[in-house]
Design a protein around this ligand. Structure first.
Ligand SMILES: Nc1ncnc2c1ncn2[C@@H]1O[C@H](COP(=O)(O)OP(=O)(O)OP(=O)(O)O)[C@@H](O)[C@H]1O
Ligand SMILES: [Mg+2]
Length: 326
């Protein structure tokens, strides 16, 4: 049986709708009208132990709502969730001890306390044995290079330092399942990279199951073989990242630096000419012709440099978001 399974999960919110203008406000005061927002609308998927899955979609797609249902913070409108044999919204103590939800947008540390004091509170809450606590803390502090900030009030930490401290807090009880909601948001490239390698390490070392949301495709590219794409509360794709990328990669680009300028009309015979300037030219070519075109150019013209560019995953994914088909 899968470690985590979601079956026909829906979460609908009832939102109060105010009519426009002053009379509208008066009217709405006496007769409230509501609209239903289908934040999550009949989704099903399952995840095996040790998998690291990217959960991606545009703003408002339903990612955070799904993660909140999975961690038992909110009650679904309908559907079933089973994680490690538990139903999350029972908020069974054993269940809470085996999961963690890390939200990049929301601090779960006490703002006025230094991280170390929050950690000690978590230790009591989760009844983490002394030796285990010490071992985990040492390891995490070392890995994330946090020695110097443990005694500084959280409000005085930089965003990146705080994010790393947040991760430590959520990992001290060694959860087998991690829900990471935009763990790298707002961080600089170096820090994003650090968090990423840390997530990869944690996944490997503890064979932890991880569901990760991020708007940074680098996170997804580097960490996740499998992705689930969600939009308007519905799943558009669930499968390997490579498959979806290659399926949507019809065109590649060949950029060439020639020894001397080449006639535009010559190059246009080889593919769609995207740009030409002096000795530099870029052509767009369908992927099945790429080898033939590159070969032709190399054998017919004096070439200094030739590169074949893959389309950016960002472009492919945003194309999928907007077309709503995969
Ligand atoms: N408590 C709430 N009450 C009413 N509507 C809500 C509530 N929480 C979320 N929603 C709505 O549900 C939809 C999904 O929101 P959710 O936060 O799950 O999106 P998301 O995929 O996490 O987006 P983002 O990438 O911006 O974080 C949105 O339309 C949002 O406005
Ligand atoms: Mg969100």
């Amino acid at each position: 049986m899968a470690t985590l399974s979601v079956s026909h999960l829906s979460k609908h919110f009832r939102i109060y709708k105010k009519e426009a203008g002053f009379m509208g406000s008066v009217h709405s005061f006496f007769k409230r009208t509501y609209e239903t927002s289908k934040a999550v609308d009949d989704i099903s998927f399952s995840i095996e132990q040790g998998e690291l899955v990217g959960f991606i979609g545009p703003n408002g797609a339903g990612k955070t709502t799904t993660l909140k249902c999975l961690s038992g913070l909110i009650y679904p409108t309908s559907g079933e969730i089973q994680v490690l044999g538990h139903t999350p919204f029972d908020r069974n103590y054993d269940y809470l001890r085996s999961i963690s939800l890390v939200m990049g947008q929301k601090s779960q540390l006490w703002w006025d306390l230094p991280p170390m004091e929050s950690y000690l509170l978590y230790k009591e809450m989760y009844e983490i044995p002394n030796d285990h606590f010490k071992k985990m803390l040492d390891e995490l502090v070392e890995l994330l290079d946090l020695k110097d900030v443990l005694a500084v009030q959280v409000r005085k930490l930089s965003l990146g330092q705080r994010m790393k401290c947040e991760l430590v807090a959520q990992l001290l009880h060694s959860p087998k399942i991690l829900f990471l909601d935009e763990p790298t948001i707002g961080l600089d490239i170096v820090m994003q990279q650090k968090i990423r390698s840390f997530v990869r390490e944690y996944n490997k070392k503890y064979n932890a199951t991880i569901l990760l949301t991020s708007h940074y495709m680098d996170d997804v590219k580097e960490l996740c073989k499998r992705i689930i794409i969600i939009n308007h509360g519905r799943i558009l794709y669930d499968g390997s990242l490579d498959t979806v990328v290659s399926k949507h990669t019809q065109l590649k680009r060949i950029s060439v630096v020639f020894e001397r300028p080449i006639e535009r009309s010559e190059l246009e015979k080889q593919g769609k000419l995207v740009s030409i300037e002096g000795q530099n030219a870029t052509l767009e070519v369908s992927k099945d012709k790429i080898a033939a075109v590159a070969g032709y150019i190399l054998s017919h013209y004096p070439v200094i440099d030739l590169t074949i560019e893959e389309p950016q995953i960002e472009e492919i994914i945003s194309g999928i978001f907007s077309s709503s088909t995969v």
